[in-house]
Write a protein of this length. Structure first.
Length: 311
């Protein structure tokens, strides 16, 4: 963050040029691994993903942990009965070294797995770094066996709104313009449609908000660096002036400061759920196949399209 920019919030597609600087993104995750990493948010999100998984009463033998980061999802899954094998996929080798079991160095934009190889694909806070999200979702769909489950969490557009506004105002005041800091956002209203487009059945999307308080904006920025969530947009400015940074920190405290002097940081988490199609799943009825008329249920008169009451 300090000197490299702010957190990107999701990607719904890619343009003619690459949206993200992939080598820079991997370096950020490698650096985060060397620093710790800071994984309290990943641990919290892993718990919420597993809460959703607990409502599914069926075994998952082979599991893909995509974007394993510090291994929070893998550790939680290892305690779940019925799981025989977990494969951790992560682009940063130093992050992989923090996980156990089977490990694969892989970028979520290009998955190296055979078709129908997993019963469950789960991903915590990595898919907002994908330039072509529909393409990655389609790859995940192909990697699942029929009736396999996909479960993911990624940052939504409400993430770090306080920091975004402070940075915007500071850059405008100090430099007379703004540099690219926010990547395209996946909106909750569109998330289920993206799953359906990728071939998933019974898609569901919901959102939750996690608020974390910090001593000041600099402490927040240090945590983002420790998470590996600093700016990796291909069009980013590679530096941030000290005057701009100081102004952003001051604005954040002035606009958002709490009674105890701390500041809040908002993280919006989008949760996506979808199933690889299978004949055993509920199927929508064909048009015209209903056994009962809606007009009868409502005790009203059915009229041809275009007719109005009283005509």
């Amino acid at each position: 963050m300090t000197g490299t920019g702010s957190l990107p919030f999701g990607a719904a597609g890619s343009g003619p040029a690459a949206l993200f600087d992939r080598p820079a993104w991997r370096r950020h995750r490698e650096r985060a691994a060397a620093l710790g990493p800071v994984d309290f948010l990943h641990v919290e999100v892993a718990e919420r993903l597993l809460d959703r998984l607990d409502s599914v009463r069926r075994p998952f033998h082979r599991v893909l942990d995509l974007g394993s980061h510090g291994g929070a999802v893998g550790r939680a899954l290892a305690m779940r009965p019925g799981i025989e094998r977990i494969i951790a996929a992560e682009p940063a080798v130093a992050m992989l070294a923090r996980t156990g079991g089977l490990r694969v160095a892989a970028d979520p934009e290009l998955l190296p797995f055979r078709a129908a190889g997993f019963d469950l694909a789960i991903s915590a806070l990595v898919l907002h770094w994908v330039g072509d999200l529909p393409g990655t979702l389609a790859q995940l769909r192909q990697a699942l066996r029929p009736d396999g489950l996909f479960l993911a969490a990624l940052f939504g557009g409400g993430t770090l709104v306080e920091l975004r506004q402070a940075m915007l105002e500071a850059e405008l005041a100090a430099e007379g313009g703004v540099s690219p800091r926010v990547s395209p956002t996946v909106e909750l209203a569109d998330a289920a449609a993206l799953l359906q487009r990728a071939g998933f059945a019974m898609p569901v999307a919901d959102a939750e908000t996690i608020t974390v308080t910090y001593r000041d904006a600099l402490a927040l920025m240090r945590d983002l660096r420790g998470m590996g969530e600093t700016n990796a947009l291909a069009a980013r400015r590679p530096w941030l002036g000290r005057r701009t940074l100081a102004r952003a920190v001051a604005l954040y405290g002035e606009r958002c400061g709490l009674a105890d002097g701390r500041i809040p940081a908002t993280f919006e988490i989008l949760f996506l759920t979808g199933w690889a199609p299978h004949e055993s799943q509920p199927q929508p009825l064909r048009p015209g196949s209903a056994a009962h008329r809606l007009a009868d249920a409502l005790n009203t008169v059915e009229r041809p399209a275009g007719d109005r009451a009283g005509r």
